[in-house]
Design a protein around this ligand. Structure first.
Ligand code: SAH
Length: 226
């Protein structure tokens, strides 16, 4: 079973994305366990302070080192982590190979930043990997962590009922997917490609391959260079 621990100051933001659909089914099937930890519980003093002003006087609050250190240390005492990931706009940009790689791990910890970010010493001394979900800035790492979790969990064998379904997705073989259709065969005069109605598996497979290659060439040519 894969175990994912997520550290956040806004646990509420993670509720909906990780409690439905394929992720929820994977949890029900005991393929994955997700534990969400509120950094605030480890905050300083009566007010459970977790953020403070930045040295150098820049605007915006920074998540403090102490509460995060306490929480990470406690979790590390309980088990070994394969990766301790910080969600960060300047991290390596998430892609399918990274998701594939992480889906084979047993214990993953994910730290979400908030406000202006986190004390850099956490990144220097406690984090093993930094991942971004794209070149834009979010208000917090929670939605990014949910994206990362979803991309990992759907790849765990058994998470998707049709085992081949995740394998035929975009990027899995460095190609985009062929277009897909369902009934009716004609709507508003818009027809499904004839080949898909032919009942000939060989012709269909050939068409799908051509389409995948053509769409990749058109929309993500760099995938063909790799
Ligand atoms: N001042 C920081 C941004 C802070 S945004 C900077 O310029 O780099 C607040 C938090 O949101 C970050 O700590 C990070 O955890 C998360 N975040 C923002 N954009 C993200 C992205 N593209 N991918 C992953 N996490 C992101």
């Amino acid at each position: 079973m894969t175990r994912i621990d997520i550290l956040t100051v806004v646990p509420e933001l993670l509720e909906s994305p990780l409690n439905h659909s394929i992720v929820q089914r994977a949890k029900n099937k005991k393929l994955v366990e997700i534990h969400i930890h509120d950094i605030r519980e480890y905050g300083k003093g009566n007010y459970h302070q977790v953020d403070d002003y930045s040295y150098g006087g820049d605007a915006g609050m920074i998540l403090m080192i102490e509460p995060i250190y306490k929480l990470i240390t406690k979790l590390k005492e309980e088990r070994n982590y394969d990766e301790i990931i910080y969600m960060s706009p300047d991290g390596e940009v998430l892609n399918q190979p990274i998701a594939n790689h992480l889906s084979c791990k047993e214990n993953i910890m994910i730290l979400c930043g908030h406000y202006k970010g986190i004390d850099h010493r956490i990144r220097e001394h406690l984090i093993t990997r930094e991942i971004s979900i794209g070149d834009y800035v979010l208000s917090g790492g929670e939605l990014a962590a949910a994206v990362l979790c979803d991309s990992i969990i759907r790849l765990i064998p058994g998470a998707i009922s049709d085992e081949t379904s995740a394998l035929s997705d975009c990027f899995q073989d460095n190609l985009l997917s062929a277009p897909v259709y369902t009934r009716p065969a004609e709507f508003n005069g818009w027809r499904v490609p004839d080949v898909l109605l032919s009942g000939n598996p060989k012709l269909i497979a050939q068409w799908q391959e051509e389409q995948a290659l053509e769409r990749t060439r058109l929309l993500r040519p760099h995938l063909l260079d790799d």
